[in-house]
Design a protein. Sequence first.
Length: 367
Amino acid sequence: MSYEHTGGNTKGSAAGRTAGSASEHTGGNTKGSAAGRTAGSASEHTGGHAPLLVLDEVNVELTGRRILTGVNLRVEKAQLIGLVGPNGAGKTTLMRAIMGLIPTSAGKLERTGLPGYVPQRHDIEWGYPISVEQTVMTSLQMRKRLWERTSAADWKRVYEALDMVAMKDLRRRTLDELSGGQKQRVLIARALARSPRLLLLDEPFTGLDHPTQDELTALLRELTERGVAILMSTHDLSQAIDVCDSLVLLKGGIIAQGRPGELTDPQLWMDAFEVGPSSALLRTVGVAAPSINEDGAREETRASEETRASDEARACEEGRILEEAQESRETRQLHDKRERGVEGPYELAAGSLLAAGSANDLRAKSA
């Protein structure tokens, strides 16, 4: 599926110019446009397969404000790519744009099929009186009309998805009986029920203890071994470095991308996260702090950097508020459409939203 955007309008496009030629990484430094074109080393071709996702100079605006600028990204089969950056950098906005939940204002977005979307766990109403298997089934029911019944083939897909995440034995439990890690597995199974080739995971490790994180990491690696590509946003930098094939450093656009061992320039991380050379963040990502000149030149700029950081932090917070306001409006639109029996891109992507009327749409499984 391909979208080309010009001046905020969307039209179908058969052609697809792949990102990747205008930016190269050498030792973690970015060459080319400031937005950061896709590095060839960050996207390896596997067996000649076409990429599952290509973004070419994509912009995203919310309520008239530019959130993302000039995003270039390419995702191949079986890759696990980590999307990292500070709060308000646009990670969730990018994922929602890929899903078609919010429009892009410029650039080209091409994808092979509809990705599976796993939202942050705190976006879900976990007190719903619904079982694990019914929760996974809602992903398939979103594609049906209200009068259509679930089939034996649908239930087979549900059980296969639950089996992939080791939750089949707990299929009759209700959501409020699950641990944090089990809830995360249910969300992943819900996305897998449609057999997507690409999974988008928004902060999957948040709120999980270390043993549960290790279990989830093993699951993600198993999925990539099956050929599923994963684009994952996370605040856990050490986990991202350990798990991901490549990292995308985002802050209103792509600052840099490459394998974890390639992003060794400390200034990239300092600029993205607005930290100083003594920050523990640099040790977390395994890069050496920059040396300070004898005349203290770097220290002389500290005050201006802190002022700029304060201004940018405020701007990031405003961006986050705008994102949440936009998502709230879109959720209301989804409710309105479903009440009218209208199905569109929101419904097709609504594997992300359990609260979107799932209980009213569920039909009891025949004995």
